[in-house]
Design a protein. Structure first.
Length: 346
């Protein structure tokens, strides 16, 4: 939102509209969605994906000061189903499984006594390598205004791209990721990543040591349930092949098996990777024992919300404190419904 929009929100709060919205939406479930915590400057690179630790702590402080009850996902959904949901109840969800979630988010949540759900994509937990597409996009962003000759990275690629131009930077990332997808092993993909960093004059070893683009380890993940963070499904390889029955079953079951080596379960709640899903897959998900699934659709949830199409507010470093408060209160949800802009958040 712009500065002008924030000023309008401040005026709305001063006029009592946030308080009115909170009363009107008290029976609706608010689900917050987070991703990673920045370990260095990743928040400036992808603010929708990485948040500064101080920003996350400020969000938890806002929940506490606003007296928003934070419930576990299972408890909140059961209360919503029964019509006994605590007023203005909030569920905190975290996607993916970045190392920063373990290092910063988990202690911050535990310090507040807040429960949360981590939707863990387990492939990178097991591999413990840098997430290729994110680490690649970061390198291209970090390289600034230079031109990249793709053949300098790998002879199977050609062309030169100006990394100061967002579209060309995006094109470079897509071509590198496509090549990586064609490789047969994680080791080959990491070797390609190393050649990219070397070509751009960047220090991949520092990135590795800091674990900027790595997931937490299996051992670290096993500590989270005792801290009040339950582990749930996000598919194994962070993909949702809804049109291929066997592939979707494999993704869910491989994810479930990996989670079973870290926590006791049951694993019945899913977050669609990248928000990609198809309603035609609902019956299949139900047959796999999936009871709920969160999306990237904006808004609050009522008893009429389909449990496999739960809405969330995806928080990020770009969200101002006043907009966060406007979302929590339900004010912006009501605005979207009244103006017909009640649709996907990303």
């Amino acid at each position: 939102m712009t500065v002008t929009a924030d000023l309008i929100l401040h005026a709305a709060r001063a006029c009592g509209l946030f308080a009115a919205a909170r009363a009107l939406t008290a029976g609706r479930l608010r689900i917050l969605g987070y991703h990673g915590i920045a370990l260095a400057d990743e928040w400036a690179f992808q603010p929708m994906l990485f948040m500064r630790p101080a920003t996350f702590r400020a969000r938890l402080e806002r929940l506490a000061r606003g007296a928003y009850p934070v419930l576990s996902l299972a408890e909140a959904l059961e209360q919503l189903r029964r019509g006994t949901l605590a007023r203005c109840a909030v569920v905190i969800t975290i996607d993916d499984g970045w190392f920063g979630t373990y290092r910063d988010m988990a202690p911050a949540l535990q310090g507040r006594g807040y429960q949360a759900t981590l939707y863990l994509a387990t492939y990178y937990v097991e591999k413990q390598t840098q997430v290729f597409n994110v680490a690649t996009a970061y390198a291209l962003w970090k390289a600034g205004g230079r031109t990249l000759g793709l053949a300098d990275v790998d002879p199977r690629l050609d062309g030169s791209l100006d990394l100061s131009v967002p579209d060309q930077r995006s094109a470079a990332a897509k071509r590198l990721s496509a090549l990586a997808d064609s490789l047969s092993s994680a080791g080959e993909r990491q070797a390609l990543l190393e050649r990219l960093y070397t070509t751009l004059g960047l220090d991949l070893e520092q990135v590795r040591q800091q674990r900027r683009f790595a997931f937490m380890s299996a051992g670290e993940a096993t500590e989270l349930p005792a801290m009040g963070i339950e582990l749930q499904l996000h598919t194994h390889r962070h993909r949702f092949p809804s049109s291929r029955h066997d592939a979707l079953v494999d993704e869910i079951e491989a994810n479930r098996a990996a989670l079973g080596r870290m926590a006791s379960g049951p694993f019945r709640h899913l977050c669609y990777p990248s928000g990609e899903y198809d309603r035609s897959a609902f019956r299949q998900l139900e047959s796999l024992g999936i009871e709920s699934a969160t999306t990237t659709l904006q808004g609050t949830n009522t008893q009429r919300t389909h449990p496999l199409e739960l809405r969330r507010f995806l928080d990020s470093e770009e969200i101002s404190p006043i907009r966060f408060e406007a979302e929590l209160s339900g004010f912006l949800d009501l605005v979207r419904k009244c103006t017909g802009r009640d649709r996907a958040g990303r």
